[in-house]
Design a protein around this ligand. Sequence first.
Ligand SMILES: *Cc1c(COP(=O)(O)O)cnc(C)c1O
Length: 373
Amino acid sequence: MNTPTYRLLCPGPVNVDPEVANALSSAEFCHREEEFEALLDQVRTRLLSLANLSPARWEAVVLTGSGTAANEAVISSAVPAGSRVLAITNGEFGERLAAIADLYHQVERVTHRWGDQIDLRRVDAALEDFDPDLVVMVHHETSTGMLNPVEQVGARVKNTDARLFVDGVSSFSADALDLDAAHVSFMSTSSGKALASYPGLSVVFGTHTAFRACSLHPRPTQYLDLFRYYDFLCTRKQTPNTPAIPLLLALDRAAANIQREGAGERRKRLAFLAASIRTQLRGLGLELLLDDSVPQSSVVVTAKLPDGVGFEEVRLGLRDLGFVVYGGKGPLVGRVIQVATIGAVDSSVIHAFTSALSRVLSDVMSTVSRRAI
Ligand SMILES: *Cc1c(COP(=O)(O)O)cnc(C)c1O
């Protein structure tokens, strides 16, 4: 089978830098040996540094598994089974956090329509009435492109006994978040989005206090027991089970690349690319889902498709020209196109994509108008 390589403009997986691709197969060793311990230690140190977190207060635990593995590890392990969990949702990924929490806990939801901003008065009321042990929310709601007000929610959670868990799977290293200032106990991310490596690893950042508190109650999971990961890391610089070493080699390179560029410079570059794709899509006459007054990510932009234009035709047209984008989920399915500009993307890719999309849209629209005759 000769599988082509696409220009991946979806919010993960992303195209990787050749250095990251080479790192993947750069060495072979066993995870119970010194080489692995050094590698894991180096990766966690890089991740903490990229997040601007002090190792005295924070740890970064790497799991083999996509972002959802990290999310389920935190939600299942952070508080005792049957705890009160408040889920703040305004899109697909917030709803997924709530669905995971349903498996382990009593869940109260503060639900918003997709693309609506979080209503902090409703959060205040829920904190007061429900008195949660854990609050869960998404930083960058990838299904719309919106950035949620973690700092404001954190300022409120700070006045309660609850812990705050933030899903930063798609935002980490693209959109800044000060975890200390936001009073976050845990944040998850994954290797294959803005960190610009391959998918398959996820990371849980947490305070030592919050990790250690997991040991005080049974965790109703073996493989995703967050405390086991933390304990193996702290006591042996290892993981409880066999990790995906090649992916760790690649992630180490991807993280080193961000350090070389500078974390702030990387975020600026991604913000520039996101602004540029927004301008280009508007230039093609497309309306964006979120207006400029709404906080939005430097990761993905969501644009509405013209009436009568279905996502599937656009997807197939772009695919023929070598580009992969996302359609909407849930209430947005079929009605929008999502374009992510993370990974190995630069302005020339954005320009090539814009011409491709322009061609595809005019082809699809002429078919639509011929059908109408
Ligand atoms: C991608 C993503 C996830 C995790 O999805 P996986 O398929 O497990 O990688 C979780 N939350 C957000 C916000 C995401 O963008």
